[in-house]
Each structure stands twice: as structure tokens, then as C-alpha cells.
Ligand binder design. Structure first.
Ligand SMILES: Nc1ncnc2c1ncn2[C@@H]1O[C@H](COP(=O)(O)OP(=O)(O)OP(=O)(O)O)[C@@H](O)[C@H]1O
Ligand SMILES: [Mg+2]
Length: 335
């Protein structure tokens, strides 16, 4: 599909489970995808489908009662042989060299990314000095430069502000600045705009798009909002109950969705997709409890195209319906 030069991340059959008294929760259940250098992948799906746990697995920050039980996460650093991030000690030196430097993350709520006790400048400079051999004055100069780049007003002064003194939008910009300060090859943005209001959302998205193009970095954008994906992303993966139910180039997915779940998601965003129906028709029913996952295809309990004795009994294999367009659905399995 792509040559080794352009390949950046290759996730194969990733499964991450949580273990508790209630049982085993398969938060991520056999997911595969790839990201090329400079490419933006969007991951969408309803709440609880495993988007954030996929990101946590890549960075190896899954909480301790969770575990990657299967699969590999190959990260291709500067054209060298890939490292399987799954094989690394989560608190070891190797992953710490990658986390924050090669792969950085912007969270939904910028407060979680910052400590309230230090200025944003201190925190950005700390990241810079952790990964680059520069003195304090140089780190400060670079921090101001990056704050300027993300559109922070008066960066020479704002650098000494504490996070709580900034507005939500400015805090989100500071967070992006911190994530970008080491020039990562991959930026993971998990719901980067849900905590800020609509006008700021548009600005943050515009900023991410500009920076991605300017810096040539790859992005993994996690969101509920398919409009955000159509704005920012080259490829899309749709998840449902821990499964990668459909993935395709963005234009292909929006014009030719195959999985009934994707079709339902697109119908609820009337400005996208073929239907262009004015009627908002959300998918009926709600996501089942992850502890009582339906057998067969996990979506069969809500699926308008449900085939009795097939969809409820057998897990659909992944089928390639067009170039780079893969779907897990019995409707497309050729006998
Ligand atoms: N720390 C945790 N401990 C136990 N279960 C968890 C934990 N984090 C996530 N889960 C469970 O794993 C599943 C996937 O969660 P995840 O946070 O990845 O969903 P998501 O797609 O990011 O949802 P949202 O859109 O609401 O952010 C859910 O069933 C969730 O309850
Ligand atoms: Mg999430």
C-alpha cells in the first residue's frame, strides 16, 4: 500500500483490555491502521468505542488495570528499522524518548495537560530541554517562538503566565505549543476542540491544519465530529465497540460509505455525505454495555440491515471493497 519511506506508524491487530471485578472489557479489540508521514488520520465513533484507549496504547499510557493483550504498534523512526512500541517497557527510557518528542498529544481538556503550579513557559521549556541539548536562554527563545507560531498574543509576556490565567482558547493554544515544541513526527489530538466554544473551535482547527502542513507532521485526530474530519483528514477510521468497522480515504468514505454504522453516522451530519437529507436521523438505540458485547457483529443489535443467523452468529471478516477501503460487514462478504 505504501513504501517503507513514507510509513510512520503501523498498528496491527491491536487489542487493549481492562481487567476489573465486573470482568474483562475489550476497549480496543483487534484494530489495524497505518499512518504515513505528513498524513492526517481521523478516528470517529460514538462515545466509548475505544478511540482514546487506542491513543493511550500508542503512547503506552494505558492506566495500570489495562493491558495491551495482542498486536503490534510499529513506529518507523527516521527511515530506520521500526520499533514495536508494544514491546517497550512503558516507563523505560526508550518510550520516554518517543513520547512527547516523536509522538506528542493534545488532550480534550487543556487543564489536564498542564500543572497549575508553573507558568506555561516553564512547562514548555521543560519539554524542550528534556529532549534537546539547549541552555535555558535558548529554550526560552524557542518557547516564545512556538507560542508566536500558534498565534498566542504577546508571547514574550504570555510565556510567564500561569495556565489558570489564560482563557480556554489560549490555554488550548499553549497546549498545542507544548505538544509541538519538539517538532514531533506525529501529533495525536484527542477531541482537541470539545472544551472550547464554537468560534474558538474553528480557529484551533485552522491552526492545526496550518501547522501540520507547515511542519509536515502526521496527525491522528480523534473526534465525534465527522465535519472536523472532513475538514482536516486524509483518511478516516470508524470504530464501534472496540472494532475498526470501516476505514477509507476521507473523500471515499464520505461519498461511498459502506458499513451501516458509518451510513447512520453520516446521516446524522446532513451537510456531509450522499444523502444530504435535511432530516437528522441518528442511529437507533444506544451502544450496548461493553461488558455485554453482542456476539457476531457487535453492531447487529442496532443495524437496519441485520441478517438473522449470520450477523448475530459470526464476526464479519475485514473486506476490501475498493482500493484502501476496508469494511467489516457481512453485506460485503462474497460467498
Ligand atoms: N481507565 C479505564 N478503566 C476502565 N475502563 C476504561 C478506562 N478507560 C476507558 N475505559 C473503557 O474502555 C472503552 C473505550 O473507552 P475510550 O475512552 O477509548 O472511548 P472513546 O471512544 O474515547 O469515547 P469518548 O468519545 O467518550 O471519549 C469504554 O467502554 C470505556 O468505558
Ligand atoms: Mg475519548
Amino acid at each position: 500500500m505504501m513504501d517503507d519511506q513514507s510509513r510512520l506508524l503501523s498498528v496491527k491487530n491491536l487489542s487493549t483490555h481492562f481487567f476489573s471485578r465486573e470482568g474483562i472489557l475489550a476497549a480496543v479489540d483487534g484494530v489495524s491502521f497505518e499512518i504515513c508521514r505528513g498524513e492526517a488520520l481521523g478516528i470517529a465513533g460514538e462515545s466509548g468505542c475505544g478511540k482514546s484507549v487506542t491513543a493511550q496504547s500508542i503512547l503506552r499510557i494505558v492506566p495500570s488495570h489495562g493491558k495491551i493483550v495482542d498486536g503490534e504498534i510499529l513506529f518507523y523512526q527516521n527511515g530506520g528499522a521500526p520499533v514495536d512500541l508494544v514491546s517497550l517497557d512503558w516507563k523505560g527510557k526508550e518510550i520516554r524518548k518517543i513520547r512527547g518528542k516523536e509522538i506528542a498529544m493534545v488532550f480534550q481538556e487543556p487543564m489536564t495537560g498542564f500543572s497549575m503550579a508553573y507558568t506555561i513557559g516553564n512547562q514548555i521549556m521543560e519539554v524542550i530541554r528534556l529532549h534537546q541539548q539547549v541552555n535555558e536562554a535558548e529554550a526560552r527563545r524557542r518557547a516564545i517562538e512556538i507560542l508566536q507560531r500558534v498565534g498566542m498574543p504577546k508571547p514574550e509576556q504570555t510565556i510567564d503566565a500561569f495556565p489558570f490565567a489564560l482563557s480556554g482558547g489560549m490555554r488550548q493554544r499553549a497546549m498545542i505549543a507544548m505538544a509541538l515544541s519538539c517538532n514531533p513526527s506525529l501529533l495525536i489530538a484527542d477531541e482537541p476542540t470539545t472544551a472550547v466554544d464554537v468560534t474558538i473551535q474553528a480557529q484551533v482547527l485552522e491552526l492545526l491544519k496550518e501547522l501540520q502542513q507547515e511542519m509536515g507532521m502526521a496527525m491522528m485526530v480523534i473526534t465525534h465530529d465527522l465535519a472536523v474530519i472532513s475538514e482536516l483528514c486524509d483518511r478516516v477510521m470508524i470504530m464501534y465497540l472496540g472494532k475498526d468497522v470501516e476505514s477509507a480515504p476521507a473523500s471515499e468514505l464520505f461519498s461511498n460509505p459502506k458499513h451501516p454504522y458509518t451510513v447512520g453516522l453520516l446521516k446524522s451530519v446532513p451537510e456531509l455525505g450522499e444523502g444530504k437529507s435535511q432530516e437528522i436521523s441518528p442511529i437507533t438505540g444506544s451502544v450496548p454495555s461493553p461488558y455485554h458485547r453482542p456476539g457476531g457483529c457487535p453492531f447487529h443489535t442496532r443495524c437496519p440491515a441485520f441478517i438473522p443467523n449470520v450477523c448475530d452468529l459470526q464476526a464479519p471478516p475485514q473486506v476490501e471493497v475498493a482500493k484502501d477501503h476496508r469494511v467489516r460487514c457481512h453485506l460485503y462478504v462474497q460467498e
